[in-house]
Design a protein around this ligand. Structure first.
Ligand code: ADE
Length: 224
């Protein structure tokens, strides 16, 4: 998979891909992440990429020309499955969406800033708009990193134990059951006996029951 991220703040998008699972996925060649500085596509003297809104109103708007220049250059080099715009009024990211996107080959993610992008960008270039929740961030960069992380960890071969993504919360519409590690007793607080029993079937049953109980308590909407 290849992810091209277009941003006015490339420095915000470096560290998420330089550590842990995402770094390993890149090092293994399972994903390529390319960060593009939108200012490099501005033809204006001061490399501006935003301008005042027509009709007046507070806040600047990202201009169509540099965005067109960057997207068109990328599209001339390869085909893209989706051109995504990160925006609080997009479809809310969830696990089924991440699962579907992990199967794509090439995607572009455009990060919004200021008051957002000229509507013509959304009308003519964007194929999918994604929000990471009902709150407003200063820009789309952190949201793009969240989406990238959610997708990349699902690419086959990225997680060392392939089953661990299958047992994540939200796969099967259930939250994950509790987990424990050594010591088996700490300050008198004990790990449930069944997990120490070595009885695989009983352990599976306990995990299923706990996942259901936890989902009923925390997120009953997932069971409807
Ligand atoms: N940009 C600003 N807020 C956002 C959000 N909640 N989701 C995606 N992109 C955003």
């Amino acid at each position: 998979m290849r992810i091209d991220i277009i941003t006015v703040l490339p420095e915000l998008l470096r560290s998420p891909f330089e550590a842990s699972i995402l770094k390993r996925a890149i090092d293994k060649g399972l994903v390529e992440v390319h960060i593009h500085n939108l200012r490099d596509y501005s033809t204006l003297k001061h490399k501006n990429v935003d301008d005042y809104q027509f009709g007046g109103g507070a806040g600047m708007v990202m201009m169509i020309e540099p965005i067109d220049a960057c997207i068109s250059k990328l599209k001339a080099e390869r085909e893209y499955d989706e051109i995504i715009y990160m925006t609080p009024d997009g479809d809310t990211l969830d696990q089924p969406m991440a699962n579907r996107m992990s199967l794509l080959t090439n995607i572009i993610i455009l990060c919004g800033h200021y008051k957002g992008v000229d509507q013509r960008v959304r009308d003519h270039f964007i194929t999918k708009e994604i929000s990471i929740g009902d709150f407003v961030l200063s820009g789309g960069e952190l949201a793009a990193a969240v989406v990238s992380d959610a997708i990349i960890r699902l690419i086959p071969g990225v997680l060392s134990n392939e089953t661990s993504a299958l047992t994540d919360s939200f796969q099967d519409n259930l939250l994950a059951p509790p987990v424990y590690t050594r010591p088996a007793e700490y300050k008198g607080w004990k790990v449930p006996d069944v997990l120490l029993s070595g009885h695989a079937a009983n352990i599976d049953k306990w995990r299923e029951d706990k996942a259901l109980e936890h989902t009923q308590n925390r997120r009953p909407d997932l069971l409807e």
